[in-house]
Design a protein around this ligand. Sequence first.
Ligand SMILES: [Zn+2]
Length: 334
Amino acid sequence: MTRWRGVVVGIVAACFALAADPRAYLKLGADVNGSVVALKWADQPVRYFVANRDAAGVTAVDVQRLAADAFATWAAVPHATVSSEFAGFVDAPPVSDDGVSVIGFTALAGAPFTLASTSFTVDDGTGALREADIAVNTSFDWSTAPGGDAAHYDLGFALLHGIGHLYGLGHSGLVETELTTEGRRRVLAKDAVMFPIAFPPGAVSDRTLDADDAAGLADLYPATGERRVLGSITGRVTRDGAGIFGAHVTAFNPSTGSIVGSFTLSNDGTFVISGLEPGLYVVRAEPLDDEDLASFFDDTSAVDIDFQPAFAPHLVAVPAGGSSARLDIRVTRK
Ligand SMILES: [Zn+2]
């Protein structure tokens, strides 16, 4: 018997707790008979519909055009293979478990800070995605202006982020934020479209993907033979010999300027950063104290942020098609 289940992730206009899978990082996980498998589509192209509903100043046809652009942006990621197919306009809203993947406007009641959210219908027998729906919140004002609009959020960004989730990507932690006087977080800089907080209205820089987004997609949907092209870094983050759970670990390539992040996801502090171009990397472990933990982990109590950021003691070589030598990053308490 096949059972169905939903996982919801979203982007927020400001700090707000979201329901995310507890093991989410670059990839979202589904629990299949007690073991975690990455959420992904077994078959492509992914067929999607667009809800036949307009919002203030934006039509369903605009949504379809910008969704097609965003799918094309993801499809252009090097070393990855994803494809999609627009199946038509439907009157159905973007809700889970009705058998069709729908992108479109709806009122997200009870989520006043959520710009958009993506929900999934998963085959619990295999973990394969069966359906994904992207709901764009009509409580916000949206813009399709090519140059952006200072009073409206950018619909192109929201769809690019939502489609990243639709393919199975979770949230990235590559960002710098500051706390505002209202206790929310404002984004100062970020290196991933998949970071869970949006830039303010008017910003259009998030219409293009960053290296971290691309690495996540290439890891989930490697083009044929690409496992032999891209490499990974594996290692542990420890303090006094004990593993750190929930550390954010980043790999920076000085020759390309790209940066890719991941998390330690087990109690022994093990991490894997996948989808990396071969080369030399500067690797750094840092506490997730610049973000809102609930955007990444359901059980935030397990996340350890009591340590000073630390670099790996040397540059880390990533080979084509393989993993780095096992890396040991030792951190100390704050
Ligand atoms: Zn999101």
